[in-house]
Write a protein that binds this ligand. Sequence first.
Ligand code: MRU
Length: 346
Amino acid sequence: MSHEPRAVSWTGTALSLIDQTALPQTLRRLDIRDVDALIDAIVRLAVRGAPAIGAAGAYGVALAVAQARRENWTDGRLADAVARLRAARPTAVNLAVCVDRAAGRIPEGLDAVLAEADAITRQDLAANRAMAEAGADWLLKRVAADRPLRVLTHCNTGALATAGIGTALGVIRELHGRGLIETVYVDETRPLLQGARLTAWELAQEGIAHKVQADAAAAATVVGGLVDAAIVGADRITRNGDTANKTGTLGIALACAHAGVPFMVAAPVSTVDLTTATGASIPIEQRGEEEVLNLIGGGITAPDGTRTRAHNPAFDVTPGTLITALVSERGVLEVSSGQLPGDHWS
Ligand code: MRU
């Protein structure tokens, strides 16, 4: 049914990544053979999306172990490399969780670390399928429309961002597979255009009808009655259901609450951080000014000058009170009705 690409795969000697900075113009892979090359790929967003950087991080621990052997590293140097990898991006909890899981197997040797990374990848793939079905079932009950649905999504949450069919985009793929998608409004997702470049690319490959829109159009699309639901992914979900996701998500949730449109978050349990009570404690990645001030492909967005400054938080936090449904491989929690991850998924 689907042609989803494998964003992260292990070749036997290297970590192979789709270079997401080159899409949609060019589909090329990067062969990553050492930890610093992987950290650079994660920071540049050559590999991105919470579950995908989790899987890449786990394989990165294997790269570190292999490199330590090759180059006769001390235990301290290996621990330092693993710590730098774990901290390459701060908001998506999957990176730290998956690096810790893989690093926990280092005393058993390289094969055990690789087995853990493979298990993380398989679990994410299975979680994608389970949440796609659960999310589609919930939405169809909730919307109860006798026609295909119009949905809005933000950023990229598809195969490029995971080990499988995707989280929010997996729910959309599932609905499409059932013949129940009319169209998908895809926010372009400034400043790095994950929606326009990556989500539209995946939807085009699957033959799913979609329209790319400026992020600033999203609120009116929702309030104007053009969509039946918004479906987004997550980078970290706290005990009370507060959810960090790509900048711009909060505005969509507010518009949905105003208009009475269901706002669904789809994410695997590996994105749920039960050690953190509320969204106020989620570390939000601040990225470089140049991403906002320069256009991808060339050109500037604001007057060039030494005084020009940009504010570039990569994520925002949507309060759980605005989230109609949180879908994971363990089923659906109606967070705004009081079903909190901390009470149900401990
Ligand atoms: O900065 P990015 O592109 O890594 O941000 C990705 C997102 O915000 C996604 O919505 C999130 O990671 C969920 S991916 C299944």
